[in-house]
Design a protein around this ligand. Structure first.
Ligand SMILES: NC(=O)c1ccc[n+]([C@@H]2O[C@H](COP(=O)([O-])OP(=O)(O)OC[C@H]3O[C@@H](n4cnc5c(N)ncnc54)[C@H](OP(=O)(O)O)[C@@H]3O)[C@@H](O)[C@H]2O)c1
Length: 333
């Protein structure tokens, strides 16, 4: 079986194509033939050694993928050969509140991930694809889209939402928020991308590079109230503005740290304005099942920015690093 793995050292130069023996199938396991793998920023960080420098190597990166079941174990009841499925990001997080144990096992580190021709998974680690979706489209669901879904459900209200930038999580959050009836204010560093955000349904757009005090602008676009939920992917460099942009009693769904991990925060603003800062780490299997059912009631289609062949998978990582994409980068087998 062909795979890509981070070999003995981190770095994009050490992401190499290689081969591994096929694993034998256990009674409650299935073999998934990969069709499409979609990249997340986390995968790039993992390859560079910035996500978990202590991650043992070699490691097959990536968590998001979709394909068909080609073999089932003798005790598998829920699946049959030919079913179109996606792996769950967490191996053990089925539902409910997070625990250390539930969050510890994730694809693409510490567990070997999806950048390979096929993989063996426990039958409970799979979710059906939405009806009518292609494998490439479905490959964007397990991490990016589920994270956006979890973030949108982290507050008490969802009438207004702020999304930051035009990466995979943010575009998914825009689409899902619109499908849930919310007003969406979107930011980007590029005026051209802001136009595309409007085409996708963003009600208001702001260039965060030219309008550095964008929190205040979000407030005025919501009649001085602020948004119910901020889909926070910027981290250290955006949190201060997000605190200005969120309403009293609102929620900052803390997802990403694209601009850094350490920041000085005005704690008074959090307590005086009853703001919740909620950490989000993807979501559980029940959330993904709910998301798939919701997607089937909408006409949402993921925005696939760029497609790469398996032969050029390393190129896909370089493309993500250049941040020229709008939405998702997909590797097709
Ligand atoms: N917690 C979780 O469960 C979870 C799950 C998935 C991802 N994440 C994290 O969420 C973040 C986004 O992930 P992704 O996969 O969507 O990344 P991505 O596809 O690489 O998105 C990158 C985009 O974010 C925007 N951006 C960069 N710096 C920004 C800043 N300072 N302020 C606002 N926007 C900024 C840029 O948009 P423009 O070009 O439009 O400016 C850039 O194109 C990453 O930090 C990732 O690690 C966390």
């Amino acid at each position: 079986m062909h795979i890509y793995q981070i070999e003995s050292n981190f770095g994009l130069n050490n992401l190499k194509r290689s081969e591994r023996d096929e694993k034998e199938l256990g009674p409650q396991e299935v073999r998934l033939k990969m069709d499409s793998i979609s990249l997340n920023f986390r995968d790039l960080l993992m390859v560079k050694g910035l996500y978990n420098p202590r991650q043992p190597l070699p490691l097959i990166p990536c968590s998001d993928a979709a394909g068909k079941i080609i073999e089932i174990g003798s005790e598998v009841n829920d699946w049959k050969v030919g079913d179109a499925v996606m792996p769950s990001f967490f191996a053990n997080y089925e539902d409910g509140l997070a625990t250390k144990q539930k969050l510890s096992q994730t694809l693409g580190g510490p567990l070997d991930g999806t950048l390979r021709e096929s993989m063996v998974l426990p039958e409970r680690g799979l979710i059906r694809q939405p009806k009518g979706w292609t494998h490439a489209e479905s490959s964007t669901i397990p991490c990016a889209m589920l994270t956006a879904w979890s973030a949108l459900h982290s507050g008490d209200k969802l009438e207004t939402v702020l999304i930051q930038g035009t990466g995979g999580v943010s575009i998914a959050a825009l689409q899902l928020a619109k499908s849930l009836g919310a007003k969406v204010i979107a930011t980007s560093s590029s005026d051209e991308k802001l136009e595309r955000l409007k085409e996708l349904g963003a009600d208001e757009v702001i260039n965060y590079k030219t309008q550095t005090n964008w929190g205040k602008q979000v407030k005025s676009l919501t009649n001085g109230v602020g948004v119910d939920v901020v889909v926070e992917v910027g981290g250290a460099g955006t949190l201060e503005q997000s605190l200005r942009a969120v309403c009293v009693g609102g929620c900052i769904a803390m997802i990403g740290v694209l601009s850094g991990v350490k920041s000085e925060v005005n704690l008074t603003s959090i307590l005086m304005r009853h703001i919740r800062v909620q950490g989000i780490i993807v979501g559980h299997k029940k959330g993904m099942l709910d998301l798939v059912s919701h997607l089937e009631t909408t006409d949402i289609r993921p925005i696939i920015s760029d497609r790469f062949s398996f032969d050029d998978a390393v190129g896909a990582f370089h493309h993500m690093e250049a941040a020229k994409h709008f939405g998702k980068i997909v590797v097709n087998m």
